[in-house]
Design a protein around this ligand. Structure first.
Ligand code: PEP
Ligand code: MG
Length: 323
């Protein structure tokens, strides 16, 4: 099987009936690039920049960040690279950044909430990204967006930094798409409004599931509620995809679900444009998608959206795709 998959390294990800989707990789450092290339990744769908900040005793400088971003952009040779701005706080702490103790870290001061307060830190990252943008196909993504206002504030800061660089005669690409993670239910529900302002969505199911089901993704005792195929989740995913397409935008997914063999047929049927997963899952997913008809998966998706439980969905997918 592995040998069969390996033949697909340079192939496109096209369904049996000719529909193309993009398979990207989630990475944490420039060192992960080799795996992306070896596994035929068509993009970097999520570059988690937290690792630049962790395991150190001070903030990474603009220069250090610039070098990392540049390396990834150049390494992908013009293929799309979605860089997520810092998603720290919650369970991920930095030794040099004092944050208040919180009762509910996952519902607290993290990611974009923190970046909009700690603006020096945020602006440094954005400057490094903007400077690196001329070395490839950069897309910038803000994490944990809950309101339109947060997105507008973040984008305003980005544009301010861009203006500054331009006035200093530092080259910045003007093709940078600016998007958001959809990982908070409020944002999925108002996706039609967000779609008018963002360039793209990337659905973060790891968090979207925990927030929709109100079940901590780390807590064993409530893990029975962590249900990726619960029709409540699938309907939110559909809302986001449909809203983006209505505005001529695209939707990706960078949570674990994007590389999951039960989810993939449904996501193909719902019209997901980009699937981002660990590099080691790409060839298997490509092989799976090449064996599916999108039109059949559309029918499957329509059917499972009417189901009541996670288990019914699993059963239907297995049956229809003869797993
Ligand atoms: C997600 O929430 O699905 C996601 C991709 O982000 P992280 O796992 O880094 O929270
Ligand atoms: Mg997340």
């Amino acid at each position: 099987q592995k040998a069969e998959w390996a033949k697909l390294v340079n192939e496109k990800t096209v369904s049996k009936d000719g529909h193309h989707v993009e398979l990207g990789a989630n990475i944490g450092t420039p060192n992960d690039l080799q795996g992306v290339v070896e596994n035929g990744g068509e993009a970097v769908g999520l570059y988690r920049t937290e690792f630049l900040y962790m395991g150190k005793d001070q903030f990474p400088t603009e220069e250090e960040q610039f070098e990392s971003y540049k390396k990834v952009l150049e390494g992908m040779k013009g293929k799309s690279v979605v860089v997520r701005t810092l998603d720290i706080g919650g369970d991920k702490k930095l030794p040099y950044l004092k944050l208040p103790e919180e009762m509910n870290p996952f519902l607290g001061f993290r990611a974009i909430r923190l970046c909009l307060e700690e603006q020096d830190m945020f602006r440094t990252q954005l400057r490094a990204l903007l400077r690196a943008s001329v070395y490839g196909n950069l897309k910038i993504m803000f994490p944990m967006i809950a309101t339109l206002n947060e997105f507008r504030q973040a984008k305003t800061i980005l544009l301010e930094e861009k203006e500054k660089l331009v006035s200093e005669n530092i080259p910045v690409s003007d093709q940078i798409e600016v998007g958001i993670m959809v990982e908070i239910p409020s944002t999925a529900v108002l996706a039609d409004q967000f779609a008018k302002e963002v360039d793209f969505f990337s659905i973060g199911t790891n968090d979207l599931i925990q927030y929709t089901m109100a079940a901590d993704r780390m807590n064993e005792q409530v893990s029975y509620l962590y249900q990726p195929y619960n029709p409540a989740i699938l309907r939110l995913v559909k809302m986001v995809i449909d809203a983006s397409h209505k505005e001529g935008k695209w939707t990706g997914m960078c949570g674990e679900m994007a590389g999951d063999e039960i989810a993939i047929p449904i996501l193909l049927g719902l019209g997901l444009d980009e699937f981002s997963m660990s590099a080691s899952s790409i060839l298997k997913a490509r092989s799976q998608i090449r064996g599916l008809n999108k039109s059949d998966m559309e029918k499957l998706a329509e059917q499972v959206l009417q189901f009541q439980t996670n288990d019914e969905v699993i059963e239907a997918v297995k049956k229809v795709t003869s797993m």
